[in-house]
Design a protein around this ligand. Structure first.
Ligand code: KIV
Length: 280
C-alpha cells in the first residue's frame, strides 16, 4: 500500500479512465531515489528527456540518446511500485517512420519495463501513434511547446496564441483520435488548454497550461527549487532545496578546512577530541 492508499499499479487504461475525475498527479524522475519519493504520491512518473538538461547539463533535449533513456528508465523502474512509468522517446529515435518508432519504443519497453512511451508532435505523428498503439505500445502524446522542436520554434516561447490555437487544437484532436492514451499540453494559453480538455476524449496533462486539465506535470527538480536561477512562470516552487544544498556544502567545506569534521563521533576507535593542527 502506498502513502496515498493505493494497492494496485496504475496502467494506461486507468489513466484514460481518469478523464474528468480527480486530476492525475504526474512528475518526472531520472533516478531510483527520486522515483521512490514520487511513487508514493504520483499516478504517473515520466522519465523525461529533460534529463539531458537537468542531470547532464546539455543545452537542450536534442543531445539525449536512446541509450541514456534506457539507462535512466532502468534506474527509475527500480524505484516504482504503483505509478505508471512513461519513458520519453528522444529526438531522432522515432520521427523518420512508424517502423523506426516501433523499434525504439519496443527497446524502451523491453529494457526498462516501462508501461508506455511519450513522443512529441501532433498531426504529423498521428500515423506513428496509430502504428504503435495497434501493436501494443501505449503512447502518451505531447503537443503545444514541444522542446525537441526548439530550433524550428526559435526558442521556448508560448505556442498557440491567437489564430495559432487552431493548429494546437488540430494536433490534440489528431493524437487523441490516433489512439494516444493521454496528451501533454505544454506552454499554451489557459483558455486554449481548457477548450482542448473539453474537446478531446483522453486526459490532458498540463504544464504551463490550465488547472482545468485532467492532470498536471512538472519537472521534479523545478518544484524542489534545485536550480536557483531557473524560474519559469509555470513552475511553483514547493521547496528551496538548491539553497539548502549550497549552505550544507559550504558548512561542510568550512568544517573540513577547520578540522572540525570528522568529529570523534564520525571516526572509529579513540581519537583526540580536538582537531589536529596543520603540519602536526
Ligand atoms: O521531458 C520532460 O520532462 C517532459 C515534461 C516536462 C512534460 O516532457
Amino acid at each position: 500500500m502506498s502513502a496515498t492508499g493505493r494497492s494496485t499499479a496504475m496502467t494506461p487504461p486507468r489513466v484514460t479512465a481518469a478523464k474528468g475525475r480527480t486530476p492525475l498527479v504526474c512528475l518526472t524522475a531520472y533516478t531510483t531515489p527520486m522515483a521512490r519519493l514520487a511513487d508514493a504520491h504520483c499516478d504517473v512518473v515520466l522519465v523525461g528527456d529533460s534529463v539531458g538538461m537537468v542531470l547532464h547539463g546539455l543545452p537542450s533535449t536534442l543531445g539525449v540518446t536512446l541509450d541514456m533513456m534506457v539507462m535512466h528508465g532502468k534506474a527509475v523502474r527500480r524505484g516504482l511500485q504503483f505509478a505508471l512509468m512513461v519513458v520519453d522517446m528522444p529526438f531522432g529515435s522515432y520521427e523518420e517512420s512508424p517502423a523506426q518508432a516501433y523499434r525504439s519504443a519496443a527497446r524502451l519497453m523491453a529494457e526498462t519495463g516501462c508501461g508506455a512511451v511519450k513522443l512529441e508532435g501532433g498531426e504529423i505523428m498521428a500515423e506513428t501513434i496509430a502504428f504503435l498503439t495497434r501493436r501494443g505500445i501505449p503512447v502518451m502524446a505531447h503537443v503545444g511547446l514541444t522542446p525537441q522542436a526548439v530550433n524550428a520554434f526559435g526558442g521556448y516561447a508560448l505556442q498557440g496564441s491567437g489564430n495559432d490555437g487552431e493548429r494546437i487544437r488540430r494536433d490534440a484532436a489528431a493524437v487523441s483520435e490516433a489512439g494516444a492514451f493521454a496528451v501533454v499540453l505544454e506552454k499554451i494559453p489557459e483558455p486554449l488548454a481548457r477548450r482542448i480538455t473539453q474537446e478531446i476524449a483522453v486526459p490532458t496533462i498540463g504544464i504551463g497550461a490550465s488547472p482545468a486539465c485532467d492532470g498536471q506535470i512538472l519537472v521534479t527538480e523545478d518544484l524542489l527549487g534545485l536550480f536557483g536561477d531557473f524560474r519559469p512562470k509555470f513552475v511553483k516552487r514547493y521547496a528551496e532545496l538548491g539553497g539548502q544544498a549550497e549552505q550544507a556544502i559550504a558548512a561542510y567545506a568550512q568544517e573540513v578546512r577547520a578540522r572540525h569534521f570528522p568529529a570523534p563521533d564520525h571516526v572509529f576507535g579513540d581519537a583526540p577530541a580536538t582537531g589536529v593542527a596543520d603540519n602536526a
